[in-house]
Design a protein around this ligand. Structure first.
Ligand code: BG6
Length: 527
């Protein structure tokens, strides 16, 4: 939406709210415009900034959702002038922005860009320069002392950065203005380190001013899980152990680790995406109805369900039976030769990092007792797909000839997070003809077909929310802590087990992942 559109949307939605006393203007699609502020981005030259953060900032400006005074200070080791940074951001926006190019929007944004060269994150003198640049922007662009520090850097640098940012006075309380810190995962590498990280950040800003980014929560389809469950009547009565056989949560990628060996080899699949994205999907799928959509109410329910997650299978802890891990070997994918994980540039030969992880979990509460949740995530799998599949039990009785139902599987609701965003229901139906034969059919809701609007990128939503101080889409430290509680024993178990199992590129992971379900008399979807 450009600025003119957004002005129109404001007046029309206000008018609509005004004429209907039942409508709350907050629920309408009023543009939510962020306060004037300075965003200081540590890690601006990294992949995430180039591919996602900078294009999202431009897209927000283009949609009229940033204040015209919004200013961006890049911090990095390059010897760049402000002009160099503008050229770099322009390149990233040109290549990755979602919305069309508008020179006037770009010029307004570019005017507020500055770059501060740091010889390292321990360069005290550079923090002084940064302080000066932020003060200059406050004065020249009227950013009113509002500051967001975006830390898109490895967590190992957090102590150095937070200490110096605090010492520089940049985050000191100032009446009438806000100071926020936005941090990217990984939130630590285990429960203890996550707690340390939290206490470091807690030294510079209040807990409510820390915004932890799990970009899956910014995806429309992930937010839609709560809409599907709690804005409809027909799903919730079935959403429990009485009707659900099991749940499969899959995040499959068809790409390898690319140039990210430095990051990925210290992390692995479980820490990279299960600790955050997949456990968040599990929490949203399994939580009780919150009293409202307020951050605190939603968070409380997510925390409750995460607290009930168990690694045991029928009460017994046997991680060899309930987890699987693998790493891709070299081969062909889509007709193209691809290297194995240990042949990727930068991966040590003796690496034991997994590129695939699967875990069977149970939830010890009345709603889910006895219903396994199977989570799997991996690189170089058969195709890119993220989905939550809720697989229902077989009907207790089928009044049909057994031959008529031979082609019928389990009713399934699939929440398709990406691609082809939408929801599919699989149900049995009569095959047209003179005799009774049943077969599975799909009922499909697709975002593309039902809505005209293109979904914003997750980072647009999250950056805007952080600038607005809106917390619901950011995991709280307690959720992070509970997720590590679940994962720590698995990672420790794997650490003692040596090299992961192998799997072919373009497959659905190692045999051990299939055994994990076979043991329960089930199979993965799409395998
Ligand atoms: C990131 C992981 O959080 O999510 C990456 O660090 C992964 O390894 C990426 O590739 C996938 O994100 P998306 O939005 O493409 O599913």
């Amino acid at each position: 939406m450009d600025t003119a559109d957004s002005a129109h949307a404001t007046s029309s939605s206000q008018a609509a709210a005004g004429s209907n006393p039942l409508l709350d203007p907050r629920d309408l699609r009023l543009p939510r415009i962020a306060d004037p502020c300075v965003m200081v981005m540590f890690g601006i030259t990294g992949d995430l900034a180039r591919h996602k953060l900078l294009p999202a900032i431009y897209d927000l400006a283009n949609r009229g959702l940033l204040s015209p005074s919004f200013s961006l200070v890049g911090v990095g080791r390059r010897d760049w002038s402000d002009e160099d940074m503008r050229a770099y951001v322009r390149g990233s926006v040109g290549a990755h922005a979602r919305t069309p190019w508008h020179e006037s929007i770009w010029e307004q944004l570019a005017e507020g860009m500055r770059f501060v060269t740091f010889s390292s994150f321990e360069d005290d003198e550079a923090y002084e320069r940064l302080t000066g640049v932020v003060a200059e922007l406050d004065a020249s662009r009227g950013t009113s002392g509002n500051r967001a520090f975006y830390l898109s850097i490895p967590p190992g640098w957090f102590p150095a950065v937070t200490q110096r940012v605090a010492a520089s006075g940049l985050v000191d309380d100032a009446p009438g203005s806000w100071r926020r810190v936005v941090i990217e995962k990984p939130f630590g590498h285990d429960r203890d380190s996550a707690r340390e990280l939290d206490s470091l950040v807690g030294r510079i800003v209040r807990p409510d001013d820390v915004f932890r980014v799990d970009h899956y929560l910014g995806k429309e389809t992930v937010q839609n899980i709560l809409a599907l469950r709690f804005a409809n009547t027909m799903f919730e009565p079935l959403w429990n152990q009485g009707y659900v056989d099991h749940v499969q949560i899959t995040m499959a990628e068809d790409i390898g680790i690319g140039s990210r060996a430095g990051y990925y080899d210290t992390i692995g699949a479980a820490r990279d995406v299960i600790q955050n994205h997949l456990l968040q999907l599990l929490a949203l799928t399994a939580m009780e109805e919150p009293s409202s959509m307020d951050a605190a109410a939603v968070r409380a329910e997510k925390e409750k369900v995460l607290d009930c997650v168990r690694l045991t299978r029928h009460g017994v802890l046997d991680l060899d039976a309930t987890t699987a891990r693998g790493r891709y070997v070299g081969g062909f994918q889509g007709g193209v030769a691809v290297p194995g994980y240990t042949e990727e540039q930068g991966v040590p030969q003796d690496s034991t990092t997994e590129t695939f992880a699967a875990i069977r979990l149970e939830i010890a509460n009345r709603r889910w007792a006895g219903v396994p949740f199977y989570l799997r995530a991996g690189k170089r799998l058969a195709r890119r797909v993220t989905e939550v599949a809720v697989v229902f039990k077989q009907p207790p009785f089928l009044p049909f000839d057994p031959s008529a139902t031979a082609g019928v599987g389990a009713n399934t609701i699939v929440l398709r997070i990406q691609p082809d965003e939408g929801i599919t229901m699989r149900l049995a139906s009569k095959v047209p003809g003179t005799h009774m034969e049943l077969r599975d059919v799909l009922m499909d809701f697709g975002y593309g077909a039902s809505f005209n609007e293109e979904s914003p990128e997750a980072y647009e939503r999250l950056i805007l929310d952080a600038l607005l101080g809106d917390a619901p889409l950011f995991p709280h430290q307690r959720e992070v802590d509970l997720s590590w509680r679940i994962l720590d024993p698995v990672i420790e178990h794997w650490a003692a087990a040596g090299v992961p199992d192998s799997y072919r590129p373009g497959s659905w992971g190692p045999d051990s992942a299939h055994d994990l379900l076979t043991r329960d008399g089930r199979t993965w979807r799409r395998s």
